[in-house]
Design a protein around this ligand. Structure first.
Ligand code: CO
Length: 134
């Protein structure tokens, strides 16, 4: 059911430093920072030949990244995103198998303008999983 790895999202305490590291030390193609107020994040997209990295930093008071960085002050992998062809069909299949879908279960428009859902990390080996319809 799942397809390509769309991205790996890493929460970082210093977005500028992390972007510079990916650009200058790792030699990756790094985009300028982008504010996404509806998701409570400022994000830097990093293009790799086979996937993307998203460097996430809290934006605003109610950012979902703030609590994560409190528990992981040095930063860390926040979630991974897999592509699915039909997000509602994927959701229904996962629910039927006992997996918990976060929120009200209705797909939201994610950072790339496509519908996304998140799955409970306790149901996936301690990893927050995002599904994106692609
Ligand atoms: Co994501």
């Amino acid at each position: 059911m799942i397809g390509r790895l769309n991205h790996v999202a890493i929460a970082v305490p210093d977005l500028e430093a992390a972007a510079a590291q990916y650009r200058d030390v790792l030699g990756a193609q790094v985009h300028p920072p982008q504010d996404e107020p509806e998701h409570g994040v400022r994000v830097v997209f990093v293009d790799l030949p086979n996937t993307k990295i998203e460097l996430l930093h809290p934006l605003g008071e109610a950012s979902p990244i703030a609590g994560f960085l409190e528990k992981n002050p040095a930063g860390g992998i926040h979630h991974i995103c897999y592509e699915v062809a039909d997000i509602r069909a994927a959701r229904d299949r996962l629910r039927a198998g006992g997996a918990r879908v976060l929120g009200d279960g209705e797909p939201r428009i994610g950072a790339h303008g496509k519908p996304v859902l998140f799955l409970h990390p306790k149901d996936f080996n301690g990893t927050l999983v995002e599904l994106e319809e692609a």
